[in-house]
Design a protein. Structure first.
Length: 472
């Protein structure tokens, strides 16, 4: 557990054009007791909450749940009611007990304003913030499940080059841009050692203060004064699809570190084994066995399209290949890799009943899923079987596979061999100090090859690209 520390004050951020002291003088609150720091902090949460998971702000709306707010401010309803009545905030008003929380955003006059620093110093509030930061249930679960991964946050050695990262923000975004504001808040959390951890129940992904920082800003993070280098798996989720073709993955585990479906995603495993969905699970097993029997193993060389898919994801070239395919066959030109990546991910994991894009190919109409099916029918067949249960299960399972290896298997080995080596995970990548790059990269490569059957395509943000080994 993180050591409890009661701050003397906390830095927060509010709209630059909101003079709260003047505002309160003009519109006195009609309830007592009233503490201005409570209002300041609740308003700050409208900007800060989305930074905890890098959730995109949709038109500025932020979800604030009552069970969380009451921990900070017992009578939060009075403060938010005041902010709504005096037109500092707006609310959707939509609320379903136990299912949906209310959404809030600043009104138009404040929404696009740059942020300014503010301070909260009320001792009662600060004590609550300290208790919450060390006793939060999600924090406790994350620290217990990923003890080694979270341990390096507690050392006090994690920092960030403030001047360089602020300069990066200033050259990339205007100060009113939500992405700029997101960056400023996250940078401040790192500098104040204000760590947040959580695990997504659906995807099994681990979220921290570092995961909420955009990739281009992570290059300025340091540990013990040393620059951290990010080792990343190219086309990670498409790569992990190869693991689904391994019969052993679907068998019962014999230990908690076995790379098996039941360990990788316990919740999903229970759902697909239910009576009403077990028929689809049996179909998946039958499909995998059929492929294995066709050539003695699950990666049948007789299937040219599967072999082609394997080569593309192992080399890390799937997105570049699809970029060329869309241009050649559908006359759609993607300018950057990220654009085609979004389309490929949507094709693989999107709702098949929600196709509203027709690609105008040379002599016929074809949608992107149909095109992918033509190129890789074996891969599409397996994903389609998963989608018959629930289209979301494809992405959830693959993210669970990614997380199991990156958060459990790899850290467990490093802990045993080199417990002094600092590592920080960001989904499909691991950050470590420069002297440890080679060691950590080899562990990632060897463990993924051991469990998936192929060495992954790795790259580092210092420009070094890991060599791709031959197929197993």
């Amino acid at each position: 557990m993180l050591i409890a520390y009661i701050w003397m004050s906390r830095k927060i951020f509010l709209p630059e054009n909101l003079d709260l002291d003047k505002y309160i003088s003009q519109y006195p609150p009609n309830f007592h007791p009233f503490h201005i720091d409570n209002l300041r902090y609740l308003l700050y949460l409208v900007k800060a909450v989305p930074t905890q998971s890098r959730s995109p702000l949709v038109d500025g709306w932020t979800t604030l749940c009552a069970q969380i707010l009451v921990k900070y401010v017992r009578d939060y309803q009075h403060y938010l009611g005041y902010a709504l009545r005096t037109e500092i905030l707006q609310s959707t008003g939509a609320y379903t007990p136990g299912e949906r929380c209310r959404e809030y955003r600043f009104t138009a006059v404040y929404r696009n304003s740059p942020l300014k620093e503010s301070i909260v110093s009320d001792p009662v509030l600060l004590k609550k913030l300290s208790i919450i930061s060390t006793g939060d249930d999600k924090m406790a679960i994350a620290q217990k499940e990923y003890k080694y991964v979270t341990s390096f946050f507690k050392s006090g050695d994690l920092g960030i080059n403030k001047d360089k990262v602020i300069n990066e923000l200033n050259t990339t975004y205007v100060k009113s841009d939500p992405r700029y504001q997101h960056g400023i808040i996250t940078i401040n959390n790192i500098m104040e050692q204000n760590w947040r951890f959580s695990i997504s129940e659906r995807t099994r992904r681990f979220y921290s203060t570092i995961t909420s920082l955009p990739r281009k800003l992570r290059q300025y993070i340091t540990y013990g004064g040393q620059k951290l280098v990010e080792i990343d798996i190219s086309n990670c989720q498409p790569f992990f699809i190869l693991g689904l073709f391994n019969k052993d993955f679907w068998m019962s585990p014999t230990s908690r570190y076995d790379f098996k479906f039941k360990n990788v995603h316990p919740l999903l495993y229970k759902r697909v084994r239910k009576t009403d969905t077990s028929i689809y699970y049996k179909s998946i097993i039958k499909y995998i066995n059929m492929l294995a029997e066709s050539d003695g193993n699950a990666y049948s060389k007789r299937s040219c399209d599967l072999e082609k898919y394997q080569n593309l994801v192992v080399s890390g070239d799937l997105y570049e290949y699809m970029m060329d395919i869309y241009l050649e066959h559908c006359h759609i030109k993607y300018q950057v890799r990220e654009e085609v990546k979004k389309m490929v991910m949507w094709v693989m994991y999107g709702n098949p009943d929600d196709i509203d894009i027709d690609m105008d190919c040379r002599n016929y109409q074809i949608n992107p899923i149909a095109l992918f099916k033509q190129l890789f029918p074996v891969v599409h067949g397996l994903l389609d079987l998963l989608k018959k249960i629930d289209y979301r299960y494809c992405s959830w399972l693959l993210q669970g596979m990614e997380g199991f290896i990156m958060l459990k298997i790899i850290p467990n080995r490093i802990k045993k061999e080199r417990p002094d080596v600092p590592i920080f995970t960001v989904h499909d990548s691991i950050l470590t100090t420069e002297p440890n790059i080679e060691y950590v990269r080899n562990v990632i490569s060897e463990e993924i090859e051991k469990h998936v059957g192929y060495r992954p395509p790795l790259k580092c943000n210092n420009g070094v690209i890991a060599p791709v080994s031959a197929l197993v």
